[in-house]
Ligand binder design. Sequence first.
Ligand code: ADP
Length: 445
Amino acid sequence: MTVYITNSMSDYSMQEKKIQVLTQANVISGYIAQYQDLSGETISFLLQQQQLSADTRVLMLDNDAKVTFDSNVQSSYVGKTLINTIVLDALSGTNQTEEIRNSEGELIVNAAVPITKDKTVVGAIYFQSSASDVSDYMGQMSVNLLILAVLASILIGVISFVMSGIMTEPIRNLTQNLKNLTEQDLDYKLEVSSGGEIGELMDSFNKMIDKLRLQETKRQEFVSNASHELKTPLSSIKLISDSLLQTPDAPREMVEEFLNDMNVEVDRLTRIINKLLTLTKMDNQQSVSRLEFSVMDINAIAANVFKALKPLAAQKGVNVTFNGEEGIYSLVEHDRLWEAIYNILDNSIKYTEQEGTVMMTVHQDENFAVIEVNDTGIGIASSELYKIFDRFYRVDKARSRETGGTGLGLSIALTAVELHGGNLQVESKEGVGSTFKITIPITLK
Ligand code: ADP
């Protein structure tokens, strides 16, 4: 910028100088043109009146370019011929200027203007003026601008350094926090010290860490619950087989009874493992994407489940009824939805005493298919209601075990219903009964 400003100013000043020199030369030429005959004294007198600076030299030339007057008496050019481009131009009627450096390196501005009498060029004025004032001024100006540029650079440098420090502080803080986080697992919480976007980012990180922490806790809980659930039947099998081994001459009836008990435990193990597999499949995005959905009659699926469980109800002495509305279609994965309805109806029958009633209905509510299972069973306390969908959660462990429960039925049902974009609600009163309601979006035909 300094170079650019200096150059521009220098060009401008030189242009001004040239105009000034040309104006002076024209004024003199104009005066001279008014006189018929001119003596050297007359010209000197005219020049004195112009108050020209000491370093200005004025030459007068006739139209053969011969010098007829020279203001520099010591090394006068009078009588000599002065030919150069600007003189030739002036003698052909044009004003001209040029800038040159003399042998001492001093900047000089030359101007040549024609002397015109009765529209005829009769000679020329050759004007020589030192431009050292311009170059001195520009020299000083360059130094000042350079000092200014250096000072401005230092100032900008300091400000940039301080500002970048201030601006990158939150990012450094974030980086440090993230480093701490990776070193300290999920126990670490980012300290949100800055506002704005970085603050928001750290806040989001904290929320994400909370979610991960929760997921990790759930995962650990799930693994420990699963291990425990699998361990119980295994321990029973071990106990039974040990007893059998220690009683080599056990009577046949006893052996049969032990083997039967073992069989029950193996069935339980199989049930748990199958349900775990179902859940894992639904948790896995890849397996979910492989599921095949098709448009099906919801009523037909529910009726099928009802048919499958009716014998169990009869065996338990529970009255079951089914009331379905045909022609409600949804995009479903048959096996998942079938299992969800099955688990809910199975629970209602299991948790309803003899003579109790279980009613299943299917109807359409606006754009949703609703499958409702209502029982007059033991009900669920409100403090337990929000937990029953958790994996392995059972209100009464002993009772659930007796009925072959695994604590996974409702979580499978919930995951399956959510897979269909629907929801599963429950209303229950202890000792009165429960109502489970599956709602899934319908497909308009
Ligand atoms: P389970 O295999 O033990 O039935 P679920 O996940 O299906 O496991 O259900 C979780 C718990 O919710 C059950 O153990 C039971 O305590 C309670 N529950 C589920 N359905 C009913 C119902 N219809 N009536 C009473 N309690 C129920």
